[in-house]
Design a protein around this ligand. Sequence first.
Ligand SMILES: Cc1ncc(COP(=O)(O)O)c(C=O)c1O
Length: 192
Amino acid sequence: MILVDDAHATGIFGPHGAGLIAAHNLTGRVNLSMGTLSKGLGGFGGFITCSEPMKDWLINAARSVIYTTALPPAVCAAGTAALALLKQEPERGPELLRRAARFRDTLRASGFDTGPSTSMIIPLKIGANAAALALAERVRAQGVIAVAIRPPTVPPGTARLRLSVTLAHTRDDLDHAAHLLATAARELGLLP
Ligand SMILES: Cc1ncc(COP(=O)(O)O)c(C=O)c1O
């Protein structure tokens, strides 16, 4: 059974943002994929693509479906509009990934550990919870929202800041953010 969690890829990777399965030519080899409307598509809610029997089983057995109110029509309309936009403007995903790659390179050059990230969601691995919180707080005061992600979301001792690049961030915005992050990390003794 192969399941792909495409939450970070829907709308970004693959042709017209179709996701990782299309990007890696795995169409037909995956049993189930889940995507969200809440990230690349800028809305709320999610979806599962699977066989008809799997769909029937999920509708009747998945507690998260059974005990949830259906999405409001306006939210569905926003998702549909986002998909239409992706069709009309297929350059959005690749452009976002280019901006994120440049931002990641700048952060790495400053000495940050960005892990194996290749997407527009960039972790800055810090380690201790308190250090991650202190860095988040310091840059927040300067206008950069970089949320500290801590256990149990990530393994103990690997607290990190998670940065999300969007197409609303210009090259200058990202250079400025990288500069603020590196300066704050040095002041806190987290970077040499
Ligand atoms: C990898 C991954 N899968 C699934 C989800 C769930 O998406 P949603 O918040 O739309 O339920 C998230 C959300 O953060 C995620 O990061």
